[in-house]
Write a protein that binds this ligand. Structure first.
Ligand code: MLT
Length: 403
């Protein structure tokens, strides 16, 4: 009889956001007239911007003509996009990342999950708690023993920032601005993690999917702003939240040439080579049309449009923060992030609060417990809905006579 990867049995029955959609679908089936406002999954609502749309049209036209038609592309991404990324996301900020260190892909979720393919199964892996569930689930799928997964508690008492691990860990996932708490790490704080990683020969997996939402100074947009990070960190970026590509699918991962490790027999290995090998074997590259769309956001018009999108959502974040504060609830995040993290006002059971908010206000959010044990008693709302719906949701909450 064949066997399966029984690590999958360690996972929750369903992925957090699938569980939520199922619950909402059940509610709407029995309450078809309910006007549900979704502030749950971080999915965008604003259309793609004009520069992106015209780049897509142009690329589609190219595909219709024999001379400009494209088949398989380079797995790592087309040079036009790799060069635009190196120039605009790094060189413009004084960071030296070359196109060969960048890998274009179909989403940060895929890359953050797939990266475990190139990592050993016996690593000790640290994740924050609460945490984006993909880091936990993909490690449970891969690690030899679930005890190798170490949770770093982030609580209101420590401003939702993790302490450096008390034991030596091999791999550390950091996501800043943070999903789900919306908190940020200042440069000085992130430097402590880079120093830790260099000293302990650990690898940092830095998820910077929300960097466009940083509004304050002294908060790094890239881990490579910290000296030495190219020797210990991989960075994940996404076009989902800044350019509204959640349905288009495009992201990239940076694996610096300087990132090296010794194999068990002492041979030096570059992680860049391993990731290239992994991607060229299991991935056929992001669609040409999509890469042209991503390139368009680096034009001067494209940059303005993207700024406009981020500002649009940040206005919602402000609306949410202000309304909840007026209601007397305790809120975190929402200043450098599209996520607002709040303390459940009447219960320590965040799923109970989820049900109450859904049934009494017809608003969908995400229970903190879904992000880990330390998330219990907290709740996440996103700023990605429209101005109108966000304001209406806040009016409902302000008028809510919460039992
Ligand atoms: C979230 O709501 O946490 C995100 O939308 C999930 C994701 O980006 O995959």
């Amino acid at each position: 009889m064949f066997s399966v990867n029984e690590n999958f049995l360690l996972l929750n029955e369903s992925y957090l956001f699938s569980t939520i959609s199922k619950k909402v679908a059940q509610f709407t089936a029995t309450h078809p007239d309910a006007n549900i406002i979704r502030l749950g999954i971080g999915d965008v609502t604003q259309p793609l911007t004009p520069s992106v749309i015209s780049a897509i049209h142009k690329a589609v036209d190219e595909m219709a003509v024999k001379e400009t038609f494209r088949g398989y592309g380079p797995e790592q991404g087309y040079d036009f996009l790799l060069e635009a990324i190196a120039e605009n996301d790094f060189k413009a900020f004084g960071i030296d990342i070359s196109p060969s260190e960048i890998f274009v892909s179909d989403g940060a979720k895929s890359d953050v999950g797939n990266i475990v393919d190139i990592l050993g199964r016996n690593n000790k892996v640290a994740v924050t708690d609460p945490v984006y569930p993909v880091y936990v689930d993909t490690n449970l799928m891969n690690l030899a023993d679930r005890d190798q997964l170490i949770m770093l508690p982030c609580t209101a008492e420590n401003d939702f920032l993790p302490q450096l691990p008390s034991e030596k860990v091999d791999v550390i996932y950091l996501c800043y601005p943070n999903n789900p708490t919306g908190t940020v790490m200042k440069k000085e704080e992130l430097k402590r993690w880079v120093d830790y990683a260099l000293e302990n020969q650990s690898l940092i997996l830095f998820d910077a999917a929300y960097e466009a939402y940083i509004t304050e100074k002294d908060i790094p947009h890239s881990i490579y702003e910290i000296e030495g990070a190219q020797m210990c960190a991989i960075e994940f970026r996404s076009y989902s939240k800044n350019a509204g590509f959640t349905g288009v699918r495009c992201s990239y991962t940076v694996v610096p040439e300087a990132l090296k490790v010794k194999s068990s027999n002492g041979i030096e290995i570059k992680l860049n080579r391993l990731w290239f090998r992994r991607q060229s074997t299991k991935f056929n590259g992001t669609a040409y049309i999509v890469q042209r769309a991503a390139e368009a956001i680096y034009s001067s018009e494209g940059k303005k449009e993207i700024r406009g999108l981020v500002d649009y959502y940040m206005e919602n974040a402000k609306t949410i923060r202000e309304a909840l504060t007026q209601k007397g609830w305790t809120v975190f995040g929402g200043t450098n992030s599209p996520y607002i993290w709040l303390k459940c006002p009447n219960t320590d059971d965040s799923w109970q609060f989820f049900d109450q908010l859904l049934t009494e206000c017809h608003i969908v959010g995400t229970p903190g417990q879904g992000f880990g044990a330390c998330g219990e008693g907290f709740f996440r709302l996103t700023a990605f809905n429209t101005h109108e719906k966000t304001r209406e949701a806040m009016e409902r909450i302000l008028a809510w006579n919460i039992g």
